[in-house]
Design a protein around this ligand. Structure first.
Ligand code: ADP
Ligand code: MG
Length: 218
């Protein structure tokens, strides 16, 4: 069975795809077969879902778009609303089966969540339920910007409340103008009881070897 990680973030647009692709490339550079999964993608542009295309490009095995992205929704809306507009309901067991199938083909599966951790997926379930059904350790991507301390600490509490293990977190520097960046990262290091896997500079990438070794030491 493959090693799998569920990538969540402090918000949408804070670098989940960016970090997921870096993780895929880091494991691939380490000699592993890797595949990215985007269970639910919302927001179609020119017949393509950008996250899905990026994850495909960073994967090193061939699987169909349908396998790695069971739910591709056209409007760029909260997933349960986009699904409702399409007349469908997101079924987490469908996603679970797709994940199990992928995990037979690759040594590492990186599952990128949608939005933030508690985003609703259907009338009853949310992102936390998805991570729980997949039973994967979680990696939290913190988009470093003003307001991220609260978002990060709330996300950590929600991950713990879901009974999931937080394998680590990533400081993703999405705001090149952020003031007191180091102090903000230190504030999280002091308060999050899981390793900082890496600091991604703006426009750059974290040390791949360090990313992998910190995950494997867990
Ligand atoms: N460390 C970074 N440096 C520069 N640009 C980044 C960085 N992380 C993310 N971005 C850019 O920010 C945008 C949102 O990132 P993305 O990974 O798509 O976020 P999410 O998956 O959380 O919605 C993308 O255009 C991405 O290329
Ligand atoms: Mg994304």
């Amino acid at each position: 069975m493959a090693a799998g990680y569920f990538i969540t973030g402090t918000d949408t647009g804070i670098g989940k795809t960016y970090v997921s692709c870096a993780l895929l490339r880091a494991f691939a550079a380490h000699g592993e077969t890797v595949v990215g999964m985007k269970p639910v993608a919302a927001g179609c542009e020119n017949g393509k879902w950008e996250d899905v295309e990026k994850l495909v490009a960073a994967s090193n095995i061939n699987v169909s778009r349908q396998q790695l992205n069971p739910y591709a929704l056209n409007p760029s809306l909260a997933p349960h609303i986009a699904a409702e507009q399409a007349g469908i309901e997101i079924d987490l067991t469908v996603i679970h089966h797709a994940y199990l199938d992928l995990s037979c083909h690759a040594e590492v599966v990186i599952v990128e969540g949608v939005g933030g951790f508690l985003v609703p997926l259907n009338a009853q379930q949310d992102g936390a339920d998805l991570a729980r059904i997949l039973d994967l350790p979680v990696i939290l991507v913190v988009g470093m910007r003003l307001g991220c301390l609260n978002h990060a600490l709330l996300s950590v509490k929600a991950i713990q409340a879901a009974g999931l293990s937080l394998a680590g977190w990533v400081a993703n520097c999405i705001d090149p103008q952020m003031r007191a960046l180091e102090e903000n990262i230190n504030a999280l290091v002091q308060r999050i009881d899981s390793p900082l896997l890496g600091v991604f500079p703006f426009g750059g990438r974290a040390d791949y070897d360090q990313l992998i070794s910190k995950l494997q030491n867990n």
